[in-house]
Design a protein around this ligand. Structure first.
Ligand SMILES: [Zn+2]
Length: 76
């Protein structure tokens, strides 16, 4: 499946926790920050549904965005 058409979110930071990594991104759709879980054992993050979809987003906005794999990649 191609994700070339998806808007790309800017990764602001990656925080390791005991159970997962938390990735904070700048949303390309609403401009606010969203946090997504990035489980240990997954090499890439990929596309996610932003938390703003369904609220306060323009009609016709894409329903998901792509999160590029950050160079900062903490482990447990
Ligand atoms: Zn958003």
């Amino acid at each position: 499946m191609s994700t070339d058409w998806l808007p790309v979110a800017l990764v602001l930071r990656v925080q390791p926790t005991t159970t997962t990594r938390l990735v904070t991104v700048r949303c390309p759709i609403c401009g606010r920050q969203h946090v997504h879980g990035w489980p240990y054992g997954l090499d890439t993050i990929g596309s996610r549904v932003p938390h703003c979809v369904g609220r306060n987003v323009p009609t016709g906005a894409p329903g998901s965005y792509f999160i590029p794999t950050p160079t900062e990649n903490p482990t447990r």
